[in-house]
Design a protein around this ligand. Structure first.
Ligand SMILES: Nc1nc2c(ncn2[C@@H]2O[C@H](COP(=O)(O)OP(=O)(O)OP(=O)(O)O)[C@@H](O)[C@H]2O)c(=O)[nH]1
Ligand SMILES: [Mg+2]
Length: 303
């Protein structure tokens, strides 16, 4: 039958054992839970959110390296909340220097004309080692001293006699949550100077009792498993390592760090991408509410 020519050769007596299979890049179970099938309840939570005190507005300030995805995150949040792609905060990655130059407040429309969500986002110029937004300007923004439209000057910070300096910021002008935006794939290569600036801004925010959150963006570019399926984000071992490394570098605790995929080239929304964005937004809102409570308890003590 000619069978002997096709049978495998007998094993050589001293051949080494086959190498063990490579370890899986994934945990067997996700280490953080996201209700992937139910973005609706997270969306409803955000839609129902009202600050406990009437007339208060939550101000969320984004900062981070140039090209990190700050403007894209604002667009992504607005897209999720409005149910269609929005690109109000112009995003770009071609110049090498920060594309965003001005201090801009973004409100998000809600339902009826003239109605807005009770939280706003402030977009600023990116941080760079020897250029970009000055740490002192970010500190002024935290306290509410920077007026909308201020064009950041990378060589000198806003002075008290400038028309864009707000001498008497009110509760709503001050920042309630500071969000540090960093691309997941650049965490290990962040320049020491940029890390130092992020830590410096964070220290000021801590002194002002402003809670801090970090968003790790571009998770799709960080790992092929996540690019294929964003639902694997909390299963990819390297992603957790990256978050831990970032936490150690800048001092933000793990439970305040959120991996996010921003909308960048898509024309339609994706419910899993939405779920991750909403998960981070929900925490930002909750931390912000605590910050408003703290402000109020302070002012009660002073009166
Ligand atoms: N693949 C991918 N690309 C992203 C993501 N977020 C942002 N981008 C892209 O990254 C580039 C920079 O994004 P921006 O939102 O302009 O970044 P920025 O932090 O506002 O940058 P500056 O204003 O220049 O400081 C753009 O080309 C975005 O489309 C993401 O999650 N995934
Ligand atoms: Mg920008």
């Amino acid at each position: 039958m000619g069978g002997s020519s096709s049978s495998p050769p007998p094993p050589r007596r001293n051949s080494p054992p086959p190498p063990p299979p490579p370890p899986s890049p994934l945990f067997s179970d996700p280490w953080r839970t996201i209700n992937w099938g139910d973005k609706q309840s997270a969306l409803q939570y955000v839609k129902d959110y009202e600050p406990r005190t009437e007339g208060r507005q939550l101000r969320i300030l984004l900062h981070g390296p140039v090209g990190a995805g700050k403007s894209s995150f604002i667009n992504s949040v607005e897209s999720v909340l409005r149910g269609r792609m929005c690109t109000k905060a112009l995003a770009d990655n071609s110049s090498g220097h920060s594309f965003t130059k001005e201090y801009t407040t973004y409100k998000i429309k809600k339902g009826e004309p003239g109605s807005f969500y009770p939280f706003v986002f402030n977009d600023i110029m990116g941080l760079e080692p020897n250029h970009g937004v000055l740490v002192d300007d970010v500190k002024l923004a935290l306290k509410g001293h920077v007026k909308d439209g201020y064009k950041f000057n990378p060589v000198s910070s806003l002075s008290e006699n400038d028309a864009f300096y707000n001498n008497s910021p009110n509760f709503n002008d001050k920042v309630h949550v500071l969000v540090c935006v960093v691309p997941a794939d650049t965490v290990s290569q962040m320049k020491d100077e940029t890390v130092r600036k992020i830590r410096d801004i964070r220290m000021e925010a801590s002194e002002l009792k402003i809670p801090q959150v970090a968003i790790l963006t571009k998770i799709d570019e960080f790992h092929p498993e996540i690019k294929d399926d964003v639902k694997k984000v909390y299963m990819v071992k390297d992603m957790k390592n990256k978050m831990e490394q970032f936490s150690a570098n800048v001092g933000i605790p793990m439970n305040c760090i959120f991996p996010v995929k921003n909308y960048e080239s898509e024309i339609d929304l994706d419910s899993d991408v939405d779920s991750l964005i909403l998960s981070s937004l929900k925490s930002i809102i909750n931390f912000g509410e605590d910050s408003i409570d703290f402000d109020e308890s302070q002012s009660e003590c002073l009166n």
